[in-house]
Design a protein around this ligand. Structure first.
Ligand code: CU
Length: 164
C-alpha cells in the first residue's frame, strides 16, 4: 500500500468516525442522561499471549470493557517486545489490519481466538509460558492503559463466557 493510499484511507476513516460521534451525541441529548464529553471508563481483563512458535509474529487476546455511556475506540498498541503492533480483524478466516476498533458504551471489545486480536509483527525475543509481556493500549478518548499479558500454552483458550 502506498503512503498516498494510506493517507486517503485514514482521511476516509476519520470522516466516518466524526459522523458516528455526532450521531451519538444527538442520541444522548434525547435521553438527557449522559453528560457531553463524559470519559469512557475502560477496564481490561484476561490478557494473554499464546507462546509464539518463533520470533516472527504473535497474537494477543483480552477483553476491554466499557462501563460508561461514552463509546470509545482502540486506536493502537505498543510494546517493548516489538516495534510493529497491529490490530487485526478476522473476516472469512483471513486477518486484516484495521485502524481502530469500537469499544461500545456499556459493552465490551473482545479480542479472542478466531476473531479480532492484537498482532505482534516481529518479536525482539520469543517469550515462554509463564513470562509476562507488557503492552500499552491507546484509545481515541481514554488515556493509555498498560496491560500485562500472561504467556500461555499454545492451545490455551480463555473462557470469556464469565467475563461479563
Ligand atoms: Cu493477525
Amino acid at each position: 500500500m502506498t503512503a498516498r493510499t494510506t493517507r486517503a484511507l485514514a482521511a476516509a476513516l476519520s470522516l466516518t468516525a466524526t459522523l458516528a460521534i455526532s450521531g451519538c451525541s444527538s442520541d444522548s441529548k434525547d435521553s438527557g442522561t449522559d453528560a457531553v464529553g463524559a470519559k469512557p471508563e475502560l477496564t481490561v481483563s484476561g490478557g494473554y499471549m499464546p507462546q509464539p512458535v518463533n520470533a516472527e509474529m504473535a497474537g494477543a487476546f483480552m477483553v476491554i470493557k466499557n462501563g460508561s455511556k461514552t463509546p470509545d475506540k482502540l486506536t493502537g498498541v505498543t510494546s517493548p517486545l516489538s516495534d510493529d503492533l497491529q490490530i487485526h480483524e478476522t473476516k472469512d478466516q483471513k486477518m486484516q489490519q484495521v485502524h481502530s476498533m469500537d469499544v461500545p458504551a456499556k459493552g465490551d471489545l473482545k479480542l479472542e481466538r478466531g476473531g479480532s486480536h492484537v498482532m505482534f509483527m516481529g518479536l525482539k525475543n520469543t517469550p515462554k509460558v509463564g513470562d509476562k509481556v507488557t503492552v500499552e493500549l491507546r484509545f481515541e478518548k481514554s488515556g493509555p492503559i498498560k496491560v500485562e499479558l500472561d504467556v500461555k500454552e499454545r492451545t490455551y483458550k480463555a473462557d470469556n463466557s464469565t467475563a461479563r
